[in-house]
Ligand binder design. Structure first.
Ligand code: TMP
Length: 392
């Protein structure tokens, strides 16, 4: 049974950047539910994929050094350990992972045309399609069974998980490996990072829920790694149950025990989380208002999809945060979805005109602090809301 636990208000599409601010930009309810049976945490309102993932999708995986490094490291591991004849990536974005492989050994699936074009132009075979059984059948008829399927930050964006795994199972060879990685529900609850929820993130996975889900498809997790990317993610290594050669590592039970002990299987944990989120909103607004009273200027750093949730939930406008800055060409000179805050092109000295920088991309804190040493040296300060609102 699905139980409601948090209302994050009306939210615009998190990646819908507008050239001019529109007060009446379409917004949708963002309410969170916990299913006591499947243990899945999900959002209520499902927006059709075609509206969210189109030919102008602004998120680019390779925009950050952290992500590029993470994909490079994983590619080495895959090549050394699993040596796949063919790797298929569901949601290949701008090719941050597949560019580490030989062109003849990878297939990209990317529904956003502007992103698929990037990898196609570089000569990587890319299917500009949504992942479904039709595509799975088509690829099977061309390439046969696939021995390694990878997907990061994509499967949680698809409403019908049964279709997703059915289509994967259909093309994965009997000894094949599926690697998926997505933000970790445990890390989200621990860090109070309610901004992991936006309309694209239909689910936030826990190992408990993934294990249950896979059982239906005779798939099982054989290893799990905790990653620092996207504010704390889990990488699940999955195999078919019939493949007895791969042993299940201790990491799987360790993660599941950790989640159970933290209470991820119980509704009460989510109710507590909800209280913490409401407090976080009050505390963040208090900090921002105090800074404004002192006539200091704040810029937002990193126009992430996550920050759209924060700004719209806390109702933060340009009176509090005058601008944002970001490196992504598709976001620059546009407005933060739902807000009258313009995104400025990142330049080396941009922060010098401000006293404070609100960390929209808090998940890249390390990378950003390193880059902005001179801002900090000159007395500039960062503001974060993770795990609790504070000035750093
Ligand atoms: P993400 O948290 O969804 O990966 O988005 C990160 C956003 O932050 C993306 O729009 C790029 C931006 N960004 C910067 O503008 N400067 C930086 O130094 C970093 C690391 C990210």
């Amino acid at each position: 049974m699905k139980n409601f636990f948090l209302n994050l208000g009306k939210q615009p599409l998190a990646n819908k950047y507008l050239k001019t601010f529109k007060k009446n930009q379409i917004k949708y309810d963002l309410k969170l539910y916990f299913d006591t049976k499947s243990k899945l945490v999900s959002i209520s309102k499902r927006i059709p994929s075609k509206i969210m993932f189109n030919n102008k999708y602004p998120y680019r995986s390779s925009m950050s050094l952290t992500m590029r490094k993470s994909f490079k490291k994983l590619s080495k591991e895959i090549k050394n350990k699993y040596k796949p004849k063919m790797l298929l990536e569901i949601g290949s974005n701008d090719g941050a992972l597949i560019c580490n492989f030989k062109k003849k050994n990878v297939l990209g699936i990317e529904p956003c045309k502007n992103l698929a074009e990037i990898t196609k132009k570089k000569g990587f075979k890319t299917y500009n399609n949504y992942w479904d059984i039709r595509l799975s059948n088509k690829l099977k008829s061309i390439y046969g069974h696939i021995d390694l399927i990878y997907s990061s930050n994509t499967l949680t964006h698809i409403s019908n998980l049964n279709n997703v795994f059915k289509s994967i199972n259909n093309i994965l060879s009997s000894k094949g490996i599926l690697i998926i990685e997505d933000p970790s529900l445990l890390e989200c609850i621990k860090k109070n990072s309610y901004d992991q929820f936006y309309n694209e993130h239909i689910y936030l996975f826990s190992a408990i829920a993934v294990k249950k889900l896979l059982e239906k498809f005779k798939l099982e997790i054989f290893d799990i790694k905790n990653l620092s990317t996207h504010g704390g993610s889990l990488r699940y290594y999955i195999k078919k149950k019939i493949n007895k050669k791969l042993k299940i590592t201790k990491n799987v039970k360790k993660q599941i025990d950790k989640e159970i002990n933290y209470g991820l299987g119980k509704l009460n944990t989510y109710k507590k989380f909800s209280k913490n989120v409401k407090k976080s909103k009050i505390d963040l607004l208090r900090i921002l208002h105090k800074i404004k009273l002192n006539k200091k200027k704040i810029i937002g750093y990193g126009a992430t999809a996550k920050v759209v949730t924060v700004l719209n939930y806390c109702n933060i406008n340009s009176e509090l945060i005058s601008n944002f800055t970001d490196t992504t060409p598709e976001k620059i000179h546009n407005f933060i979805p739902g807000k009258n805050i313009k995104i400025l092109k990142y330049k080396k000295d941009i922060l010098n005109k401000y006293d404070f920088a609100f960390l929209g991309a808090w998940n890249f804190k390390k990378e950003i602090f390193k880059k902005e040493r001179s801002f900090l040296k000159n007395g500039g300060r960062f503001i974060t809301h993770i795990p609790k609102p504070k000035i750093i």
